[in-house]
Design a protein around this ligand. Structure first.
Ligand code: ADP
Length: 237
């Protein structure tokens, strides 16, 4: 199993954010982590990426226990954080080369060329990141996340702020990556789940309130579609 989350709790001071969540994300599948704003999606992803510690509970990536700031699972993980912080002053290719050094990637020129090609960044590779549109910045964020060919990708709202064409490109790229990797993708957009996700986990107020393979939506729930289910589970609670 690629991502195992076991009874994670997180509070920011007195503010509870996660209330004992458990779920599993499996290889070769895209898991849509769906929830309203403030549900706890980013908090979960920050914990899984080792950016912040949980208050209690455990999680592992590819069998390696996650640790706040620990380097052990960096090899396994590609993370696209919310607000996608980028090396704004660097050229696209330069930023990727810098990261390739950090990850000690062998054959780095060939790998950078592959990733530029996969993410459709060829026309922008000699531009500075701070001169790129939002859509291309997201592609650079994804290129950075996949550069070292990790088994697990954690993508925090990777399509937010993209126009319809960029959205389609990004979704098909993620779907393609999901065939080989374990992808955990957070979103509050139902169509995104319908378009690219194999599994669905719905989080609300720091609790998992539904988890199922997308193909079983109709047989498990009588609601007419994901949106109706989501509204029933998350409104007025
Ligand atoms: P989501 O990603 O689903 O929108 P978050 O994980 O960002 O949700 O937030 C979950 C809860 O934790 C919210 O109530 C939010 O206000 C709170 N929260 C998130 N980050 C912080 C922080 N740094 N300090 C205090 N509260 C926070």
């Amino acid at each position: 199993m690629s991502i195992e989350v076991n009874q994670l709790y997180k509070s920011y001071g007195a503010q509870p954010a996660l209330n004992g969540i458990s779920f599993t994300a499996r290889p070769g599948r895209v898991l849509g982590f769906l929830g309203p704003n403030g549900a706890g999606k980013s908090t979960t992803m920050k914990i899984l990426s080792g950016s912040i510690p949980p208050t209690s509970g455990a999680a592992s990536l590819c069998g390696v226990q996650i640790q706040h700031g620990g380097p052990a699972m960096r090899r396994h993980l590609g993370y696209l954080p919310e607000n996608n912080p980028l090396y704004a002053g660097l050229y696209v290719r330069e930023a990727l080369a810098f990261l390739a050094d950090i990850h000690r990637i062998p054959n780095r020129q060939a790998r950078i060329a592959d990733v530029i090609d996969m993410t459709g960044l060829a026309p922008m590779q000699h531009r500075k990141i701070n001169q790129l549109s939002k859509g291309y910045r997201q592609r650079v964020g994804l290129a950075q996340a996949i550069l070292h060919d990790p088994d697990v990708l954690i993508l925090d709202e990777p399509t937010s702020g993209l126009d319809p064409n960029q959205l389609q490109d990004m979704r098909s790229l993620i779907k393609q990556l999901g065939r080989q990797k374990t992808v955990l993708l957070s979103t509050h957009i139902m169509q995104e789940v319908e378009a690219i996700c194999d599994d669905v986990v719905i989080i609300h107020q720091g609790k998992i309130i539904a988890a199922f393979p997308f193909a079983e939506l109709g047989s498990r729930y009588p609601d007419k579609g994901l949106e109706a289910l989501f509204i029933r589970l998350t409104v007025n609670k």
